[in-house]
Design a protein around this ligand. Structure first.
Ligand SMILES: NC(=O)c1ccc[n+]([C@@H]2O[C@H](COP(=O)([O-])OP(=O)(O)OC[C@H]3O[C@@H](n4cnc5c(N)ncnc54)[C@H](OP(=O)(O)O)[C@@H]3O)[C@@H](O)[C@H]2O)c1
Length: 254
């Protein structure tokens, strides 16, 4: 990464789903820029511990917290641990996601609510817990996807959840801007992470996405992390309520 002078020394961040994939890249980029980082995960402790060690290798503090972000009643413990360990919070990256990949006509109510609860609803209690720990120069970033605004096969539940997420980002942004908390979303193109293993046509998605991307390659976790770093920084002080697409130009192709 070129030295563009983003220094977040002393800032405290929480990255939900920060153990693997895009979340891990964001956690490490923030640590590299000087943040202490709390890493939330759900099931896989090994990758979470590895990411925490990588954060510490930058000389920063790391907190690990296992909780399902959709379990609203259990979130208070995570924020109490952050308050105890870090003494506050400057950056929340709501990145954890899940979802049922099926045609809309095969989705059950359980599939729908599982997906909505994790991908969209969770941002609300996460923000409600985070905001009281934040000072006047804080940033909340939600990670969305192009499925919020495009119809992608088998993506109905996840796409609808991301659309709700992006709308919630705008509403939270307006409410929290007067408090100095900026809320924005990142909408990423296809990124080759474990999440793609849930698609039976994974290889086709990767090949086709790379072929159609003007930049000539897929978006990588570090591309998303660089954008998150920018949105978390004072360079983005007038970015409020935006959904910023990072996809190498994929979505502007006719
Ligand atoms: N990959 C893509 O092509 C792509 C494109 C656009 C946007 N995105 C978005 O980018 C974000 C990260 O995706 P990814 O591809 O990096 O995913 P991933 O590799 O599958 O990683 C998911 C992460 O979220 C955690 N997680 C899952 N459900 C959780 C829950 N209910 N509570 C807490 N943590 C949970 C996982 O922890 P465990 O390992 O412990 O379960 C893991 O750390 C998501 O918001 C996704 O929608 C991805």
């Amino acid at each position: 990464m070129p030295d563009i002078g983003i220094d977040l020394s002393g800032k405290k961040a929480l990255v939900t789903g920060g153990s693997r994939g895009i979340g891990r890249a964001i956690a490490l980029r923030l640590a590299e820029a000087g943040c202490d980082v709390a890493i939330n995960y759900l099931r896989n402790r090994g990758p979470a511990q590895e990411t925490a060690e990588a954060v510490r290798s930058f000389g920063r503090n790391a907190i690990l917290h296992k909780v399902n972000v959709a379990q609203e009643g259990k979130l208070a413990d995570m924020f109490a641990a952050i308050q105890d360990g870090f003494g506050g919070l400057d950056i929340l990256v709501s990145n954890a996601a899940s979802g049922v990949i099926k045609p809309a006509m095969e989705l059950t109510s359980r599939h729908w609510h599982w997906t909505m609860d994790i991908n969209a609803t969770a941002l609300l209690p996460l923000t409600q817990h985070a905001a009281p720990l934040m000072g006047e120069d804080a940033s909340i970033i939600a990670v969305s996807s192009l499925g919020a605004v495009r119809a992608i096969p088998n993506y109905a539940a996840v796409g609808a959840s991301k659309a709700a997420l992006e709308s919630l980002v705008r509403h939270l942004a307006v409410e929290l801007a007067p408090r100095g908390i900026r809320v924005n979303a990142i909408s990423a193109g296809v990124v080759d992470t474990d999440a793609l293993k849930h698609f039976s046509n994974r290889q086709q998605i990767l090949t086709e996405s790379a072929r159609r991307t003007p930049a000539g390659r897929l978006t990588e976790p570090n591309d998303v992390a660089d954008l998150a770093l920018f949105l978390a920084s004072p360079l983005a002080s007038m970015m409020i309520g935006q959904t910023v697409v990072i996809d190498g130009g994929y979505s502007i192709m006719g």
